[in-house]
Design a protein around this ligand. Structure first.
Ligand code: FYN
Ligand code: ADP
Length: 599
């Protein structure tokens, strides 16, 4: 059978193949003024669609693309490992609702970026992984090319859509399709395969310009059906103990004012999922976050807004929800607002699915609520307030303690104050205990300010998210990192210094994974699998690249260093020494360990 490539060449006389070395040195094969090439068309197609930043790592065959993109006025942020560039792109997508672009080399670079692409898809973050790839003819015949790999086939099951562009005149379509796939409907990751030869192909400049597509309405509003809204309102009205659950889909939607109005007009208590913290300030009187284990089993009608009933919500059933055993339904009725029509009933019955974008759904609900909506019964609100006050008081007592060495609470008490004083700062957070304690101790005051491990509980997002958050927002970033979690992306402190980003990394260092006091039971020379070098001086890593490194052993030292970092906006790494006996295995999700499950 005739190859697709050959067939297309015959029909596209305007496109010429350039010399194979054209991608390597940056000087060869410069198109004449009447011509354009693959490099230019990729850059122009991105710019035409308002994409102004690329997160990536240069190398064959995309080195010149990074140079030329920068020369064309794009921001090109080069990382030390593609996975971190990928995480950066994905969170930029979450923050901006435009697809974040990650650019990598072929095979190994592509694979390094792929974890982030899969994570973006799982988290519903719009992102496009663009990877250069090797010679198609050789790859497909498995003849052993440089970095040979069928990248398109490998990416496809791990993302929302995957495309390859073989001809310069198709670049416009390829990028338009990638953008639409990433941001329309449920957002997610898209893979775009650009073979080395494509970049050097030339074509007439005018035809090239005309081939580009400015995507019109890339994420169209999805208006919910009127009867679905009515059904939801009736169910909500019938509730004696209603609860609203806000997820990161609600944060993504940027419908902040309407969401707040819906919560406040109905008077319904709400629970924010981790990345929805701050959508309304955590100090809001209707927040039931401090009474989580009370409200979930007690609520009779739960309205999910951009949140899935996955493991983070115990699949909507079992003991967390008041069920008799691990799989039993707790009796709640659910309303689910989601852009994906397939989400409802994925774990338990959804009595009132409302399919549409959060902004349109919430405004339709608001319109239906009117001025006469009755607030929830007082006994429900009072019972929540009682639990909440008790938990907040208990937390206050714990935070007031000042143990030596520090523990998670005494260190995070400082972070809590600093975030309160700097509500525009973005908080990046990963680890196990470092994640769980930060989530419940550190209040957030504004939407999309808390970026964390998300749906997979993935470790390694820390520095990539921090770089992107600083680049995209211009705001200071505070990264609260477990010492183990930091290790996955620690080398990117060089990137933070190179771009002089206002990132303050705080490592809660307890000498190991979960904690640092385990010993090898055999008495042998190797350390226990979960412990690290004791008293490691992580702050020296930041100093190595010209940033500020501080070792903090007391809350006062930590406070001073954080205040200075926020004031100076200098790249800073604070190594906060925590009691190595502080921390539980797997933090709040110990029950997921097989041994705990067996018990
Ligand atoms: C919450 N709480 C508070 C407050 N906020 N008390 C006082 N003041 C404030 N402000 C209470 C809350 O009521 C809970 O107590 C407790 O603190 C914990 O709250 P949280 O964190 O909201 O709830 P919980 O049970 O931990 O939530 C479950 C979860 C969460 C699965 C959603 O654990 C989670 O997001 N985990 C992600 C874990 C992860 O990804 N780890 C990375 C892999 S680590 P009670 O009501 O008394 O229960 C690999 O090992
Ligand atoms: P969380 O982890 O905070 O509970 P999830 O990632 O589980 O949040 O859920 C987010 C949900 O939000 C997904 O089901 C996704 O389809 C949905 N979603 C994402 N963006 C939108 C949007 N703009 N409108 C409606 N739903 C959205």
């Amino acid at each position: 059978m005739e190859s697709v490539t050959a067939a297309r060449k015959e029909t596209t006389p305007a496109v010429a193949e350039a010399a194979p070395d054209a991608t390597s040195g940056g000087q060869a094969n410069v198109p004449s003024p009447q011509e354009t090439d693959g490099f230019r068309l990729v850059i122009e197609a991105l710019k035409l669609n308002g994409i102004d930043t690329i997160f990536g790592l240069p190398g064959i065959p995309i080195t010149d693309l990074t140079r030329k993109a920068q020369a064309a006025g794009m921001r090109v942020i080069s990382f030390r490992h593609e996975q971190n560039a990928g995480y950066a792109a994905s969170i930029a997508g979450f923050m901006t609702r435009k697809p974040g672009i990650c650019l990598t080399v072929s095979a190994p670079g592509f694979l390094n970026g792929l974890t982030a692409l899969a994570n973006a898809t799982t988290n519903c973050f719009p992102m496009i992984l663009i990877s250069g790839s090797s010679e198609r003819e050789i790859v497909d015949l498995q003849q052993g090319d440089y970095e040979e790999m069928d990248q398109l086939a490998i990416a496809r099951p791990l993302c929302k859509a995957a495309f390859r562009v073989l001809h310069a005149e198709d670049i416009g379509v390829g990028i338009a399709r990638a953008i639409r796939a990433a941001v329309s409907g449920r957002p997610g990751g898209v893979y775009l395969d650009l073979p080395a030869k494509l970049f050097a192909q030339t074509m007439a400049a005018e035809a090239g310009r005309k081939s580009l597509i400015k995507v019109v309405d890339p994420a169209p509003r999805q208006i919910p059906a009127r009867d679905a809204v009515q059904r939801a309102l009736e169910l909500l009205k019938s509730a004696k103990r209603p609860l609203i659950l806000l997820g990161k889909g609600a944060a993504y939607a940027q419908a902040d004012a309407d969401i707040r109005a819906l919560v406040e007009k109905t008077g319904i208590p709400y629970l924010p999922m981790a990345m929805a913290k701050g959508l309304l300030p955590d100090t809001h009187e209707q927040s039931a976050a401090a009474a989580r284990s009370y409200v979930l089993p007690e609520a009779d009608v739960v309205m999910l807004i951009g949140a899935r009933l996955n493991w983070l919500l115990s699949h909507g059933k079992g003991k967390t929800w008041g069920g008799k055993d691990a799989k039993a339904w707790g009796g709640q009725k659910f309303i689910q607002i989601d852009i994906s029509p397939q989400e409802a009933d994925s774990n338990v019955r959804i009595d009132a699915p409302v399919v549409g974008d959060v902004g349109s759904c919430v405004s339709a609900l608001l319109a239906g609520i009117g001025a006469t909506w009755a607030k929830p019964p007082a006994d429900w609100l009072n019972a929540i307030a009682e639990r909440k006050n008790k938990n907040v008081a208990k937390m206050g007592e714990t935070l007031a303690k000042n143990p030596m060495p520090m523990n998670f609470h005494s260190a995070l008490n400082v972070v809590r104050d600093i975030v309160k004083a700097n509500p525009d700062a973005i908080l990046v957070n990963e680890g196990a205990n470092a994640l769980d304690f930060t989530r419940s101790i550190v209040d957030m005051y504004k939407p999309r300010k808390r970026l964390d491990v998300g749906t997979w509980g993935v470790m390694g997002i820390g520095m990539g998210f921090s770089v992107a958050a600083a680049v995209v927002s211009g705001q200071p970033v505070i990264a609260i990192e477990g010492d183990s979690a930091f290790g996955f992306s620690g080398m990117e402190v060089e990137t933070i210094c190179r771009y002089n980003l206002p990132v303050c990394v705080v490592i809660l260092n307890n000498n190991g994974v979960y904690r640092g006091d385990e010993v090898n039971p055999t008495g042998g020379r190797d350390p226990a699998p979960l412990v690290f070098v004791k008293g490691a001086r992580y702050e020296k890593l930041m100093e190595a690249f010209g940033g500020v490194g501080v070792q903090a052993t007391t809350p006062a030292e930590l406070r001073k260093a954080m205040e200075e970092a926020l004031r100076s906006r200098k790249p800073t790494l604070i190594n906060a020494a925590i009691d190595e006996g502080a921390g539980t295995e797997s933090g709040r999700i110990t029950a997921l360990n097989p041994t705990a499950k067996k018990k």
